[in-house]
Write a protein that binds this ligand. Structure first.
Ligand SMILES: [Zn+2]
Length: 315
């Protein structure tokens, strides 16, 4: 197995939302004067790796979001943000200005998010195409791994206190210190708002890291991370793993632009389970103000993979 390497510096996609700030300083605020953002420059993947084409004939629910759908989602989001506090209205203003060739680049924008996902899924599928996925619990399989650290929870209204970059760095350090060797690990942070139907714990934001891992067994991953990820009532299974059967689904799931409230309950056999519900407007506003502070790449976790131009390549 390849020797463990340190993941390279975080990808930076600029100028993005910060460019707007600079424009405000210089008085150049019109959409036509804004410089192109990363979302204008991001290349689309070839058809064989393009999730929009690959899922075209899937069931409507499983199909990749269409341009019309994300435009509708953006318009709905703008209305919801315009009904909120000043910070929410500022995000609404930015999303409203997102136009072809002058994309806003906000981490909260469904339109820019769709473009980013197409690029991301294309790059992950390319990585997976170098890998032979086989059955069985060995290090040849690609595993989907969901990690939840209870220290990252935040109460409603407190999401702004979570530093996304520190969260990623913490996982990176823990994986490195544990000496977990992998061929590659790629994924991203997702955030849900969790509510307990049995009222055993307070509702809270729950950030979780979703990874696709190749070159490590589930046993090795569990041994490396279990001392950091402690189970409790709110997260009975802080490490969840599955063998990836469908690379397209797994890759598109790894960086999501739709967010949910997750309600916990006990099923008929008394086992803990969760169900997704739409978020409440206050939750949507808090999350979008938060995501607007970041660029889509800030949510990414890469290990033994580096960016070369607009390509993610294993090293
Ligand atoms: Zn946008």
């Amino acid at each position: 197995m390849a020797k463990m390497r340190i993941t390279p510096a975080r990808i930076s996609l600029s100028p993005g939302p910060k460019a707007d700030k600079d424009n405000l300083k210089t008085g150049c605020t019109s959409a036509t004067q804004r410089p192109p953002s990363w979302a204008d420059r991001l290349p689309l993947p070839p058809v064989q790796h393009d999730v929009a084409w690959l899922t075209k004939h899937w069931k409507p629910k499983e199909r990749f979001e269409t341009a019309d759908q994300v435009r509708e989602r953006r318009d709905k989001l703008v209305r919801l943000l315009e009904n909120g506090e000043n910070a929410a209205r500022r995000v609404a203003k930015r999303l409203k200005r997102c136009k072809p060739q002058r994309r806003c680049g906000s981490g909260a924008c469904p339109i820019c998010g769709r473009r980013f996902r197409r690029w991301w899924v294309g790059e992950v599928l390319k990585l997976l195409s170098f890998t032979e996925i086989t059955d069985g619990d060995n290090d040849a399989v690609v595993l989907s791994v969901t990690l939840v650290n209870r220290d990252h929870r935040r109460q409603a209204g407190q999401l702004h206190t979570l530093d996304l970059r520190k969260l990623i760095d913490q996982y990176r350090t823990q994986i490195k210190r544990a000496g977990l060797n992998v061929r590659f690990m790629v994924g991203a942070v997702d955030i849900s708002f969790n509510i307990d139907g049995l009222k055993r714990w307070e509702p809270h934001w729950s950030p979780h890291l979703y990874l696709l891992v190749n070159g490590a067994t589930s046993k090795a991953i569990r041994e490396a991370l279990e001392r950091h990820l402690i189970a409790d009532d709110a997260v009975p299974r802080p490490i969840r793993m599955r063998t990836v059967k469908n690379g397209v689904k797994a890759a598109s799931y790894a960086w999501k632009s739709a967010f949910f409230q997750r309600n916990s309950f006990l099923d008929g056999l008394g086992r803990p389970n969760t169900w997704p519900y739409p978020m409440k407007p206050t939750q949507v506003r808090e999350l979008m103000i938060y995501l607007d502070r970041y660029q889509p790449t800030d949510r990414l976790f890469l290990r033994n993979v580096r960016r070369h131009g607009w390509n993610l390549v294993p090293f």
